[in-house]
Write a protein that binds this ligand. Structure first.
Ligand code: SAH
Length: 350
């Protein structure tokens, strides 16, 4: 199989192009076609000479994930089921908010972390995504948005991004590269369940990116139950890693806290959150738990949420309540499962 163009940096590509005997400015032209004009068909790249096009064709793949299905929520959120070359399936979600659009992307097919409240966990880990499969989601989303701008990118789809660390780093570098996706670092958020050694690596990498951590419980014993990753990396270890990350980077950390009725919304939970996060400059993002069939949890009602939010607000001013988007099409946080049976895919909606 040909290597994919998105897996390389422009520096690597220009080296290969000149080594093959072409002028270096051809590389720049190629990048302009692909990233400034959004063209991936070599036949359409009119200012490139035929021998160069033939060479590119032979050396790089420019294929994108295939759109297998699109579901549209009543709130405008769109969930895409995407097919990859080996026929595995992932999901991405485009969430509009006024003239802004956030893209939620997957980093793995399935996930190994087995968080007890999450739909992706039931798949287990199938495999890591290659950089081009991560970047392909963003490229596709931009095509889908047309003139509308993709403003924010969150690694909050299927998978644990820090378990696919090397490919994550390549992807983020290319996302931020001026000749490629030219994304501003503060518009990219990596969300983790708390893979401590990789948080240190990310802090030391020098890469600028925002970090979100799925806290979800801070009472000793409770988080272990909900998120088995805590057994490998206890909360005290996580906290040390986050303090180190803060020392190295300028962005505040976001804690995601999925509210589950009668489980993690009590006064003991509030105290534990304060103990854990009180001395880290951070934001806390409250997310009501979204239904996942067959799981033994209950979503909080509006009163539960409001009471919890108010109490938490007394601890810290930086609390936001994230509105659940796309839950009617199972596109909300933790509902992505890439259910994919080849002969059961309904026809494309759009
Ligand atoms: N593995 C990464 C990113 C994927 S999960 C992580 O753990 O952060 C993205 C977010 O969705 C996490 O904050 C997670 O706690 C949340 N989530 C998972 N299942 C959910 C559900 N059923 N309802 C609401 N949020 C959920």
């Amino acid at each position: 199989m040909k290597p994919h163009f998105f897996d390389y940096t422009p520096d690597q590509v220009v080296k290969e192009i000149t080594a093959a005997g072409f002028k270096s400015y051809r590389s720049k032209q190629l990048y302009q076609w692909v990233f400034s004009r959004g063209i991936t068909q070599l036949a359409d790249m009119s200012n490139l000479p035929q021998p160069f096009r033939t060479w590119v064709q032979a050396h790089y793949s420019l294929e994108l994930p295939r759109i297998l299905h699109i579901s549209t929520s009543i709130d405008g959120t769109r969930k895409y089921l995407l097919g990859l070359q080996d026929n595995s399936a992932i999901e991405m979600v485009i969430i509009p908010a006024g003239d802004k659009h956030t893209l939620c992307i997957s980093s793995q097919v399935g996930c190994a972390r087995n968080c007890q409240f999450c739909a992706t966990a039931s798949l287990g880990l199938k495999r890591n995504l290659h950089p081009h499969e991560i970047l392909g989601q963003i490229y596709l989303a931009r095509q889908q948005l047309g003139d509308k701008r993709l403003t924010n990118l969150v690694f909050m789809g299927m998978g644990e991004p820090l378990d696919n660390y090397d490919n994550l780093i390549i992807s983020i570098r290319n996302l931020q590269h001026e000749a490629m996706f030219a994304f501003s670092p503060r518009r990219i958020t990596v969300s983790t369940c708390g893979v401590v050694p990789k948080i240190y690596d990310l802090a030391a990498s020098g890469l600028k990116v925002k970090l979100a951590v799925s806290l979800n419980a801070a009472v000793p014993g409770k988080r272990e139950k909900l998120m088995p990753v805590t057994l490998s990396y206890p909360l005290e270890e996580l906290k040390k890693a986050l303090l180190e990350f803060r020392r190295q980077t300028s962005y505040r950390i976001t804690f995601e806290y999925v509210m589950i009725k009668n489980f993690n919304m009590g006064n003991d939970d509030l105290k534990a959150i304060r103990r854990f996060a009180g001395d880290i400059s951070c934001k806390i993002n409250l997310i009501p738990w979204n239904e996942v069939p067959h799981l033994p949890y209950t979503s909080p009602n509006a009163d539960d949420i409001e009471t919890f939010r108010k109490k938490l607000e007394r601890l810290s001013a930086a609390i936001t309540l994230r509105k659940s988007r796309g839950s009617d099409i199972e596109a909300a946080c933790g509902q992505l499962a890439g259910k994919y049976q080849q002969n059961k895919i309904p026809s494309l909606e759009e």
